[in-house]
Write a protein that binds this ligand. Structure first.
Ligand code: PLP
Length: 481
C-alpha cells in the first residue's frame, strides 16, 4: 500500500467510523446472535488474492456490526465502561502510524519520555503523593490492563519479601490478602506467580459493610507471621466491581507497613474520579501505599488498552523483572539515566500507548475529563433518587460514584424479589434498548447500572428508567401473585 493509496483508503475507514458512531444509538446495544453465527457467515478459506477494501467494509456492516455488543452505545450500562472516545482513536492512529516499539528508551526515546511526562502529570492531577512521580523517586507506566498491573505489583512484592525469590521461586509460605469483593485478577495474579489459590487469604469485612476490616487484616497477618508464613501483599480496592465498595486504604496501609507487606491499591474503575477534587477523599491513604492502579480505558475516555500503574520506588519493578540478554544492551540503559519500560511489565515489546492518552488530554483537557466524570456521577445520583422514591424498587447498595445497584421489590419476599429482578434484567437486555449486568451480594441478586459510556447523557438514563419501570410493573404482577 503506497502512502497515497493509504490516504484514500484511510479516509474511507475514518468515514466508516464516523458514520458508525453517528448511527450507534439506533442499533441494539447487545449482539443478539447464536454461537457460530459469525463463523457461518465468513468464508472458511482465506483470501488467496487481494480484494478491495469496500468488500471488507461490507462484511463489517453485514456480519461484524450485528454480532457486536456496542460498548460505545449511550445506553450501555453493563460491567464498567470501556471508553473508546474518538479523541483516543486519533492517538491510536498516530501511534500505529509511527509504528514504534518502545521496549527500551533507546528503541524510541519519545515513546518512553511522553509516557513519563503524562504519568507524572496525571499523578499530580489525581492528587497522588509526589513520591509516585519520577521526580519524586517513583514513577508511572501504562500497562495493558489492571490485571497485568496486579501481577507485576505482586512480583515486585515477592522480590521485596523474599530476597531469594528470583533464583528459587516461591516457597509456598507466601500470603496475599484480599476480600470477597476483590477482583478475580488478584487470584489470577497469584496463580500466574505460582502461588496458587491457597496463598490467598480472604479478610473479613467491617461488620455491616463490604469494606475490608483493618482489624481483621491485622489479626490475619499476626496469625500468619506466628505460623511462619510470609505476608507478601494486601490489595485494598477503591470501587469494587460488584458494588463499588471502597476499602479503607489508610488503615490497611497502617496495618501492613510495619510488616513490610506490599500494599497495591486496585482502583481500576473508580480511581480516575480523583481528577475531580470532590472525589479525592476516595484515595485517602494512597500516599502510604506501594503501588496504585487505575484504568484510563474504563472511564477516562481512552480506548483499550491503557491501565495506569504508579509505584513509589522507581526501581521496584525493574529489580523484580529485569533480565538483559546481550542484544538488548545499550549505552543509554547502562548509563542509568533512562527508563526502560520493558522492565516494568511482563512482555518485552510495547506500543506507544501514551499517544492515545495524549490526544485525549490534549483534546478535552483535564476540565473535560472532570466534566465527563461529574456528569455521570450526577446522573447516577438522580437515578438513585428515583429508585429510592419508587416502591417497586430498592437500592441493593448505596450508590458509588456512577454505579447504582438496585433490585425489584415484589412484596412477596426476597426469593421473589431476586427472581423478578433477574427476569427484569433479561427482558431489558433482550429488548436491545439497554444493556445491564448483575452481581450477587450476600446471596441476593443485584442489578448493576454502571453509567459511564462516552456519550451517555440525561436522556439515556431517563429512557432506561422508563423501561425499568414499565418492565417492573409486568414482572411484579407475576411474582406478587
Ligand atoms: N479491578 C477492578 C476493580 C475491576 O473492576 C476490573 C474490571 O472491571 C479489573 C480490576 C480488571 O480490569 P482489566 O480488564 O483492566 O484487567
Amino acid at each position: 500500500l503506497d502512502p497515497e493509496e493509504f490516504r484514500r483508503l484511510g479516509h474511507a475507514v475514518v468515514d466508516w467510523i464516523a458514520d458508525h458512531r453517528a448511527g450507534l444509538e439506533a442499533l441494539p446495544v447487545r449482539a443478539d446472535v447464536e454461537p457460530g453465527w459469525v463463523r457461518e457467515r465468513l468464508p472458511a478459506a482465506l483470501p488467496e488474492d487481494p480484494a478491495p477494501l469496500d468488500a471488507l467494509l461490507s462484511v463489517v456492516d453485514d456480519v461484524v456490526v450485528p454480532a457486536s455488543t456496542h460498548w460505545q452505545h449511550p445506553r450501555f450500562f453493563a460491567y464498567f465502561p470501556a471508553n473508546a472516545s474518538l479523541h483516543s482513536l486519533l492517538g491510536d492512529m498516530l501511534s500505529g502510524g509511527l509504528g514504534a516499539q518502545g521496549m527500551l528508551w533507546s528503541t524510541s526515546p519519545a515513546a518512553t519520555e511522553v509516557e513519563q511526562v503524562l504519568l507524572d502529570g496525571l499523578a499530580t492531577a489525581l492528587g497522588l503523593d509526589p513520591g509516585f512521580t519520577f521526580a519524586g523517586g517513583g514513577g508511572g507506566s501504562i500497562q495493558d490492563s489492571a490485571s497485568s498491573a496486579a501481577l507485576v505489583a505482586l512480583l515486585a512484592a515477592l522480590h521485596r519479601a523474599e530476597p531469594g525469590w528470583r533464583e528459587r521461586g516461591v516457597t509456598g509460605t507466601e500470603r496475599v490478602y484480599v476480600t470477597a469483593e476483590t477482583h478475580s485478577s488478584l487470584a489470577k495474579a497469584a496463580r500466574v506467580a505460582g502461588l496458587g489459590a491457597r496463598a490467598l487469604r480472604t479478610v473479613e469485612p467491617v461488620p455491616g459493610s463490604r469494606a475490608m476490616s483493618p482489624q481483621a487484616l491485622a489479626a490475619a497477618v499476626a496469625e500468619d507471621v506466628a505460623a511462619g508464613l510470609v505476608p507478601v501483599l494486601v490489595c485494598p480496592t477503591v470501587g469494587t466491581t460488584g458494588t463499588g465498595a471502597v476499602d479503607p486504604v489508610r488503615a490497611i496501609a497502617e496495618v501492613a507497613r510495619p510488616h513490610g507487606v506490599w500494599v497495591h491499591v486496585d482502583a481500576a474503575w473508580a480511581g480516575v474520579a480523583a481528577l475531580a477534587p470532590e472525589f479525592r477523599h476516595l484515595l485517602d491513604g494512597v500516599e502510604l501505599v506501594d503501588s496504585f492502579c487505575t484504568d484510563a480505558h474504563k472511564w477516562m475516555l481512552t480506548a483499550f488498552d491503557a491501565s495506569l500503574l504508579w509505584v513509589r520506588e522507581a526501581d521496584a519493578l525493574p529489580a523484580a523483572l529485569s533480565i538483559t540478554p546481550e542484544y538488548l544492551r545499550n549505552a543509554a540503559s547502562e548509563s542509568g539515566a533512562v527508563v526502560d519500560y520493558r522492565d516494568w511489565q511482563v512482555p518485552l515489546g510495547r506500543r506507544f500507548r501514551a499517544f492515545k492518552l495524549w490526544t485525549v488530554l490534549h483534546g478535552v483537557g483535564l476540565s473535560g475529563l472532570r466534566a465527563h466524570i461529574r456528569g455521570h456521577v450526577a446522573l447516577a445520583a438522580g437515578l438513585a433518587e428515583r429508585v429510592r422514591a419508587d416502591p417497586a424498587f430498592e437500592l441493593a447498595a448505596e450508590p458509588s460514584l456512577a454505579l447504582v445497584c438496585l433490585r425489584v421489590v415484589t412484596g412477596a419476599g426476597p426469593d421473589a424479589d431476586d427472581d423478578a429482578s433477574r427476569e427484569l434484567l433479561e427482558r431489558v437486555n433482550a429488548s436491545g434498548e439497554a444493556f445491564l449486568t448483575h452481581t450477587v451480594v450476600g446471596g441476593r441478586y443485584v442489578i448493576r447500572v454502571a453509567i459511564g459510556a462516552v456519550t451517555t447523557g440525561p436522556e439515556h438514563v431517563d429512557q432506561l428508567w422508563e423501561q425499568l419501570r414499565a418492565e417492573a410493573e409486568r414482572v411484579r404482577q407475576r411474582y406478587a401473585a
